[in-house]
Ligand binder design. Structure first.
Ligand code: NAD
Length: 260
């Protein structure tokens, strides 16, 4: 897909981190951006800076996602690009014994389900609704109507202790990438998924320097955390290279996560 001011992109989780970097990257080519996020203050500020719009959307809400797409399309036109970055995690062991009290606990199912609802079902909800809108678009070169990018994690393949729900949600995104690309192949919509390693986003920026240094030391090469523009650069490549479809690609400096 050619990136210019004729193109609109919806970016979920677009107020922060990897989503915000992608919004900046796409806007630098003139693409009109709509940011879906819970974080109103940051989302509004970035949307204003980029000349786009902010839509307060919780991706777990059918109504809010519908309202977000309606608002974005009314303001900027039907999107040709969807980038799914909204996501979060938790760290809970499947079963554990409290060292002090000896109390035995199991992973609360509600906590497991919450991560699945945000990361996996939220991503699928946005894909299905965005793809339905893209079907109304006129195909461009090579019959292309749209491109969808999802964000999984290296935890989809090498999840660490405590990451059962996070890894399951991200592996679900990896698992649905090819069948969704196949569902949409007849309508000229490509679907790809990025599996980031450890990136320097607001999540990690709060960590002490020694913790960040220890994490960086575990990356084979380059020996540092990934920077959000590097994710955005890959997202742009997946959007602009028309032969990339149904693919899941790690961007991780060759890291393979240890058990803990
Ligand atoms: P971030 O916290 O900076 O950004 C995530 C954004 O998603 C936030 O603005 C948050 O408000 C939004 N969000 C969370 N839940 C939402 C919901 N229910 N509805 C709408 N918006 C919601 O984090 P990030 O590091 O930029 O992460 C972006 C994506 O990349 C996530 O899916 C994360 O799992 C994935 N990822 C990040 C890393 C990393 O090292 N940073 C590694 C692997 C995968």
């Amino acid at each position: 897909m050619k990136l210019d001011s004729q193109v609109t992109a919806v970016i979920t989780g677009g107020a922060s981190g990897l989503g915000a970097a992608t919004a900046r990257q796409l806007a630098s080519h003139g693409v009109k951006v709509a940011l879906f996020d819970l974080n109103e203050a940051q989302g509004e500020a970035l949307a204003q800076e980029l000349g786009g719009i902010f839509c307060k959307v919780d991706v777990t809400s059918e109504e809010q996602v519908d309202a977000g797409f309606a608002k974005a399309r009314a303001a900027l036109g039907q999107e040709r690009i969807l980038v799914n970055c909204a996501g979060t995690g938790n760290a809970i062991k499947t079963a554990s014994r409290d060292k002090a009290t000896g109390e035995i606990r199991s992973f609360p199912t509600a906590n497991f389900d919450r991560i699945i609802q945000i990361n996996l079902v939220g991503t699928f909800r946005c894909i299905a609704k965005s793809a339905a809108g893209m079907l109304t678009l006129t195909p461009q070169e090579d019959g292309e109507r749209g491109v969808i990018i999802n964000t999984a994690s290296v935890a989809a393949q090498d999840g660490q202790m405590g990451q059962a729900s996070y890894s399951a949600s991200k592996a679900g995104i990896v698992g649905m990438t090819l069948p969704i690309a196949r569902d949409l192949m007849g309508d000229g919509i490509r679907v790809n998924t990025i599996l980031p390693g450890i990136f320097n986003t607001p999540l990690l920026q709060a960590a002490p320097d020694n913790v960040k240094a220890a994490l960086a030391a575990t990356v084979p090469f380059p020996k540092r955390l990934g920077e959000p523009p590097e994710y955005a650069h890959l997202a742009e490549t997946l959007i602009t290279n028309r032969y990339l479809n149904g693919e899941c690609i790690r961007i991780d400096g060759a890291i393979r996560m240890a058990p803990r």
